[in-house]
Write a protein that binds this ligand. Structure first.
Ligand code: ADP
Ligand code: ADP
Length: 228
């Protein structure tokens, strides 16, 4: 579902954050992206949802060549990709329900169906009882659950998570991992950049290690491979 060929990304300041990336990711995989800070992990995943464009090379996602995709078509790509961030990025003035409903692409849907879909995903993440609350009234773990609900509300084939447990305590991090596992079991591809050694070495998945803009390791059921 994702293919990169000879992808190079040179930022305008001259930094080469991707230096010849080649990878194939199949539908339904769960992938950890690991590596030191500044290695190019975020750049690697940002290029998958066209937050960054490569300087050269090709990237195909769900059959679409992103290097040829017109800017005005990017929203259609994003509809099939959920994104989860370390800092949650919820809209502070909207309730939990509204944050998730806001992300739902409303294409001729009845209000009743919209409400059902939003309540279904909030039930899945265990927050049905907090739908009227504001993000500031929630714990970090709960805010991350809302952001996961938001990421899956359109039933995307792919969820990209950039250090989703980075701001959470260990117990809460395991809860979030269980949720991602549940989403993955329904067939959604998950790509997760992480520094969480414990999680990578316990819940085994494919591990892609990036250093200085290059993939230096790519193993099924791999190890974290760094000290911390
Ligand atoms: P990681 O996620 O592994 O920490 P990043 O992809 O964020 O790595 O960064 C890789 C390199 O690219 C770093 O040297 C970083 O400073 C640089 N970089 C990231 N984003 C930008 C940007 N928008 N402009 C210039 N340099 C950037
Ligand atoms: P079931 O028919 O077993 O109840 P559903 O398809 O209704 O399964 O989904 C159960 C829960 O999972 C619902 O809250 C739904 O919103 C959510 N869900 C559905 N599809 C996905 C998906 N692709 N990724 C993540 N969650 C999903």
């Amino acid at each position: 579902m994702i293919e990169m060929q000879d992808v190079i990304k040179k930022y305008s300041n001259g930094i080469v954050a991707a230096n010849g990336l080649n990878i194939r990711i199949n539908q339904g995989e769960f992938i950890y992206v690991v590596g030191p800070s500044g290695a190019g992990k975020s750049t690697f995943i940002k290029m998958m949802y066209r937050e960054e464009k490569p300087t050269s090379g090709t990237i195909t996602v769900n059959g679409v060549d992103l290097t040829k995709l017109k800017n005005r078509h990017v929203p259609f790509l994003r509809r099939n990709i959920g994104v989860v961030f370390q800092d949650f990025r919820l809209l502070p003035t909207l309730t939990v329900f509204e944050n998730v409903a806001f992300a739902l692409e409303v294409i001729e849907q009845r209000p009743k169906d919209i409400k059902k879909r939003v309540m279904d995903v909030l039930a899945m993440v265990g927050l049905k009882h907090k739908v009227r609350m504001l993000p500031t009234e929630l714990s970090g773990g709960e805010q991350q659950r809302v952001s996961i609900a938001r990421s899956i509300v359109n039933n995307p084939k792919l969820v990209i998570a950039d250090e989703p447990t980075g701001n959470l305590d260990p117990d809460t991090s395991w809860d979030i991992m269980n949720l991602l596992k549940e989403i993955n079991m329904k067939g959604t591809t998950i790509i997760m950049a992480t520094h969480n050694k414990e999680i990578v070495n316990t819940i085994k998945h494919r591990v892609v290690a990036i250093e200085s803009g290059r993939i230096v390791r790519d193993e099924q059921r791999g190890e974290y491979g760094y000290e911390s």
